[in-house]
Design a protein around this ligand. Structure first.
Ligand code: PLP
Length: 401
């Protein structure tokens, strides 16, 4: 009887979810979440999932890290929203800006805190246009930069763009890792925006030659180089920022996702000189009511502190390799592309991917899709995952394959 009631309840909840909440996915996961802690999520029936996605590269320090929770609580006791961004001096915002400056190179010391990754990218391309006085933007094929109109315009995915035209004009696309394609960057280009390591393209790393040539071409043409590290920043790839792997420093950096330790936030970051061009012609060049929300900034600040204190970023590569070594035992896996604890497990077959992801979910391991690479599934577990948990996950995935 109990089971029947809870089943009815579940069906009702699914039907309300599908009817009352706007949907964009034709086949959502429908995990009915009760609570989350560390690398685990529990549903309302008490089933435990190992979260190998971390809310799509958000929960890098695990769910509900105690230091994030107490920072949020402390901020709740002080104040919530008091003013639109950039008018009042607020501890949480200032501490976060300070903390970001402490982990970034000198020319990336001025942060503007916004609400999301897509807003960070929108604002970054506006800033590049304003600073250079140029209109043309260069982006990259197979990229993903967000879903609002400006970010969609620079997202190199024709299918995702097709129904939403007209998009921003004067955007051209280079090819990732194709040095010849950099010729379209000229004195007319305001900026090049690129994911330092492409995520939704199925995890593609830049060659050192390509990223070095990109930096040089941007510098010689006076084009601002923007690295979008919304997905690969905050330790995901085994360094605080993915550009550290290549010793190439951008003029602008965008962050989001994991920055907030589980709270919604984004940031675009540059030198003071570049950033302050938003203060005139026109004044208030980017405005946001909730950007830099004090509770989210307090959480982000705690998140950076946790990443500084723990050894998780340094361990990401070794842990990542451990999972690769386990998964390599399966002949069905065609290729594993990896950066730290970010994986594209390529099975070379869309249907097989769908089956494996579904089976893993049944067995309590959450994996997820890539937007533009249907033959692979993605794994991006919390960096706090232990070796024992990695072995358990690896064993389950092998069984499912
Ligand atoms: N940029 C990259 C590289 C992303 O992966 C994403 C989201 O997946 C975004 C930007 C957009 O971030 P948000 O969903 O917070 O708007």
């Amino acid at each position: 009887m109990l089971d029947k009631t809870s089943n009815q309840n579940k069906e009702q909840r699914i039907s309300s979810f599908l009817e009352l909440q706007g949907q964009t996915n034709q086949a959502p996961y429908l995990i009915d979440v009760e609570k989350a802690e560390g690398i685990y999520i529990w549903d309302k029936a008490g089933k435990r999932y190992m979260d190998m996605i971390a809310g799509v590269a958000v929960n890098n320090i695990g769910h509900r890290h105690p230091k994030v929770l107490s920072a949020i609580q402390e901020q709740l006791d002080k104040h919530l929203h008091v003013m639109v961004y950039g008018e009042y001096i607020q501890d949480a915002q200032l501490d976060l800006a300070n903390n970001l400056a402490s982990i970034l190179p000198k020319n990336l010391s001025t942060s503007y805190i916004v609400n999301s990754g897509t807003e960070a990218n929108e604002a970054a391309i506006k800033l590049a246009k304003r600073f250079t006085g140029r209109q043309e933007i260069i982006s990259c094929k197979n990229s993903y930069h967000g879903s609002t109109h400006g970010s969609l315009s620079i997202t190199g995915n024709k299918e995702k763009q097709s129904s939403f035209k007209p998009l921003l004009p004067q955007i051209q696309f280079i090819e990732f890792n194709n040095i010849d394609s950099l010729n379209i960057i000229t004195e007319k280009s305001a900026c090049v925006i690129i994911e330092t390591i492409q995520g939704d393209a199925g995890l593609v790393k830049p060659t050192l030659e390509f990223i070095t040539a990109l930096r040089e071409k941007s510098t010689t043409t006076g084009t601002l180089l923007i690295f979008d590290e919304v997905q690969v920043g905050m330790g995901r790839t085994g360094k605080f920022f993915a550009f550290e792997h290549y010793n190439i420093i951008p003029d602008l950096l965008t962050l989001g996702k994991a920055l907030g330790g589980g709270m919604p936030i984004g940031a675009f970051i540059s030198s003071k000189e570049i950033m302050h061009s938003l203060t005139h012609n026109p004044m208030l060049g980017h405005i946001t009511t909730f950007g830099g929300h004090p509770v989210n900034c307090a959480a982000a600040n705690a998140c950076i502190n946790v990443l500084k204190e723990e050894n998780w970023i340094k361990e990401a590569d070794e842990k990542g390799q451990l999972l690769v070594d386990i998964l390599k035992q399966s002949e069905k896996i065609k290729e594993i592309r990896r950066a730290g604890l970010f994986f594209a497990v390529d099975l070379g077959d869309e249907n097989l991917v769908a089956e494996v992801v579904k089976k893993c979910l049944d067995k309590g391991v959450i994996g997820f899709w890539f937007l533009s690479t249907p033959t692979a599934f993605r794994l991006s577990p919390p960096l706090s995952i232990s070796e024992k948990e990695i072995k358990e996950v690896g064993k389950t995935i092998l069984e499912c394959i």
